[in-house]
Design a binder for this molecule. Structure first.
Ligand code: THU
Length: 136
């Protein structure tokens, strides 16, 4: 799929954001290798720390539907302001767990399909992973 189409899905998802506290709508979308799309948005809470970012909503809902790491071809996050908004630290850790290491990651922003393409390695170098839990 074309990057701009995945950005469109993330834009549409951002409209469902539940953001009574920040009023900052974020959307995310991923596409699997066989063309299935999953989306997510940020969902806030009066207990602020319980808010869930768009990236995690999208990834969790795809996994809840049976998607696994190897299935995912491309991941996109979108925020509406005219500057890049990069995933927070918590989302980077979750993305590194749930996205394949070679996943194409698109950070889109603004009202004109502006985007930056990046990788998990660039977003989170020296990552803590399951490998680190081995004793050898
Ligand atoms: N947010 C996301 O959903 N994704 C990001 O990449 C950055 C921040 C959300 C969390 C909160 O609901 C709002 O944006 C303001 O921080």
């Amino acid at each position: 799929m074309d990057i701009n189409k995945l950005i469109d899905y993330a834009i549409i998802a951002s409209k469902n954001a539940y953001v009574p506290y920040s009023n900052f709508k974020v959307g995310a979308a991923l596409i699997t290798k066989n063309g299935k799309i999953y989306t997510g948005c940020n969902i806030e809470n009066a207990s602020y720390g319980l808010s869930n970012c768009a990236e995690r909503t999208c990834l969790f809902s795809s996994y809840a539907d049976g998607v696994t790491k190897q299935d995912i071809a491309m991941f996109c996050v979108y925020s509406p302001l005219n500057h890049i908004v990069s995933p927070c630290g918590a989302c980077r850790q979750v993305m590194s767990e749930l996205l394949p290491s070679d996943c194409k990651i698109i950070i889109a922003y603004g009202d004109n399909h502006q985007y930056v393409e990046t990788t998990m390695k660039e977003l989170l170098p020296l990552t803590f992973t399951s490998e680190d839990l081995n004793n050898d």
